[in-house]
Design a protein around this ligand. Structure first.
Ligand code: DP6
Length: 315
């Protein structure tokens, strides 16, 4: 028995927190949950807290911090956590999102906490805010309501977008998101502009999803992505998550779109490029990205389900 959770890609980005220690985002965000990559997590009672990611013992601050917070509410025993990612960890593919969503789901099940999905989302958000969204499948929003639990916006089958992910590096990022976004808040002259325009972007993206208007979603998602990277670049010291292949892959996506293929890009705190395609266009985008210089490999994904328990030994 193990918990499985998938990474998500934000189409309206979260970058920056409200003051305080509760891990509350400064802006609302909207994401799609992916199907093709996942974190699988098992937890067991032990004599001391220990965390293994992909078989290696790690002192993972997000995982240990989240367990400590849950212990303030429930009498959890010392835990051993076994977590495995079937994709590069800490490299801009949202391993902390799937990781914290899977962890809360595993603890909830192992110790009979009987949390509703929205409660699991709030707990996952305390570990890593993007994780709140991975508790749900399909199109998901995260905004200032219900203790910042995420909310499902549209079912994955109602608009089955496809995502081609161009991997340009397997290396872990130099500046983790939590540190980078605090640095942006403290030093970027663009931070106020970022927060004051986010609600409008969020509303526009929500409407585009509910009305399945692909071009409108493409425009707002690329704008939110590039605006986040402008904020990162204007941080001191600058946060530069792209490499040459990232830029080349973004150009490939733009070229495809100008030629009429419905595809737009998204890039997070790492060098990978996610090409979000209208239904039926994922293979074409994946083939073009695979031909792009510097792209190591491309994986394709449908939209996926939220975090859940699966029977079996894997994990
Ligand atoms: C660029 O959720 O990893 O992926 O709350 O500090 O754990 P913490 O940050 P995290 O940041 C994700 C940033 C992003 C954009 C997004 O997913 O919205």
């Amino acid at each position: 028995m193990f918990a499985i959770a998938h990474p998500n890609v934000a189409l309206v980005k979260y970058w920056g927190k409200q003051p305080g220690t509760a891990n509350i985002p400064a802006t609302p965000s909207l994401s799609i949950t992916l199907d093709a990559i996942a974190t699988r997590t098992r937890v067991e009672a032990a004599t001391e807290d220990r965390v293994f990611i992909n078989g290696s013992a790690v002192a993972d601050a997000k995982v240990l911090g989240l367990i400590a917070q849950m212990r303030e509410v429930w009498q959890l025993p010392p835990l051993v956590v076994h977590s495995a990612n079937d994709f590069p960890t800490g490299a801009g593919l949202a391993s902390s999102a799937s990781g914290c969503a899977a962890l809360v789901t595993a603890i909830d099940h192992a110790f009979g906490l009987n949390l509703a999905r929205a409660e699991r989302s709030t707990w996952a958000r305390r570990g890593s805010a993007s994780a709140a969204r991975s508790v749900f499948g399909g199109f998901v929003t995260l905004e200032a309501k219900a203790d910042w639990a995420a909310t499902p916006l549209l079912n994955k089958d109602a608009w089955p977008l496809e995502v081609a992910v161009a991997i340009t590096s397997d290396a872990a990022k130099r500046t983790p998101s939590t540190i980078g976004m605090e640095s942006s808040r403290a030093t970027s002259p663009f931070f106020d502009a970022w927060t004051s325009t986010a609600t409008e972007d969020f509303g526009a993206a929500q409407r585009a999803v509910l009305e399945r208007r692909y071009d409108a979603l493409a425009d707002i998602a690329e704008h939110s992505c590039l605006k986040m990277h402008a904020l990162m670049l204007s941080t001191r010291p600058a946060l530069m998550y792209w490499n040459e292949a990232t830029v080349a892959a973004m150009a490939t996506v733009r070229r495809l779109r100008e030629a009429g293929t419905p595809v737009f890009f998204s890039v997070d705190a790492g060098p990978q490029v996610k090409a979000v395609c209208a239904p039926g266009c994922g293979e074409e985008a994946a083939a073009a990205l695979a031909q792009t210089p510097g792209v190591l490999r491309v994986l394709t994904s449908a939209l996926g389900d939220g975090a859940r328990i699966v029977e079996g030994e894997d994990g």
